[in-house]
Ligand binder design. Sequence first.
Ligand SMILES: *Cc1c(COP(=O)(O)O)cnc(C)c1O
Length: 392
Amino acid sequence: MARAPGHTPDVAADLAAASPSAIGILSVDLAALQRNYRKLSQIAAPAECAAVVKADAYGLGLSRVAPALAAAGCWTFFVATLAEAKELANILLGLDLYVLDGLFPGTAPEFAAIDARPVLGSMEEIIEWAGSGAGFAAPLPAAVHIDTGMNRLGVKPDDYAALIVAGDMLEAFPTDLLMSHLACAETPEHPKNAEQLAAFLEITDKLPQIPRSLANSAGIFLGQDYAFDLVRPGVALYGGNPFVNLANPMEPVIRLYGRIAQLGEAERGETIGYGAARTLTRRTRYATIATGYADGYFRGLGSTDAQDGAIALLGDHPVPILGRVSMDLIVFDVTDAPVDMAQRGGLIELIGERFTIDDAAAVAGTIPYEVLTSLGPRYQRIYSGFENGDEA
Ligand SMILES: *Cc1c(COP(=O)(O)O)cnc(C)c1O
């Protein structure tokens, strides 16, 4: 995978910062995150580039990720829930903050208290937000989500068109963003992209004064027609491939390590782990590490006699997984690594530049989003590349 010039991942620094009691390490490179943000901003310009930081910044830690993004020039943030908005409002001041899941009944005052804006996604939500304005000092702005074909969240275009004609409801509060969400952006040639674009243009052209937003990470790469005034990347910021079948244009942001709890040897013909799923084809040195599926290392990454699984790294040496992933343990074949490299207490690189979050997703039959957001709380989290207050 291509790296930005002059930036090599500092694996040695990760290992030096690791606490000896940690079962594993999740290292987050905030400088790589900032470079990804700037790259997406440049592609989307002149549109503004926001950041989607829902689910604790895709599992990487909102309190560290959000200030790094703000220092890189980001001032509009999207979270999924009101609770996440409250957390972010405590971390950063003066940002534009939107809640994607919209307005739950009776929660308008809580939005007002932290100056967060719901992305209103139904007529009921619009009516409630418009009606709640009387309780506030001034009518508060909100975004409106128009459903252009995803059928998940959003006001139907016909309903919104009727609202535009009737007027009063929309005059009760300022709509500061009209947005929609693409269902198939990760597959650029999918005809649904153009259909959603056309539907979005048809309804939003009726309100040309209101800023518009359509593109997620993959949508940014569909071209300027999709950029409008604001783009909303998530996974690409964190190094995930926004595409299904194209090379990843982003830089990796995380490295993940597991601690070697024990080393052992077994003979050809013996089996490893639950279900005796993998039979050894040679005398094997193995390393058992103290992380497992409870830490978000998917069970689908294991190997059987019929199928190879994930590859990890011991130093620079590829070490294949042996057998099933247990809840708190995983076994790797270290036979081909130099004997002195595999040490009790040492760290095996589970995810990094060589075996990426995209590779892990492919082997486990999922998407990089799920790999990132499943990384559990038992990893020691190490952040590099940006301290709060640094110049970006
Ligand atoms: C999660 C989300 C995004 C970000 O999507 P990525 O594919 O991670 O870039 C953007 N917009 C909406 C509405 C979302 O729910």
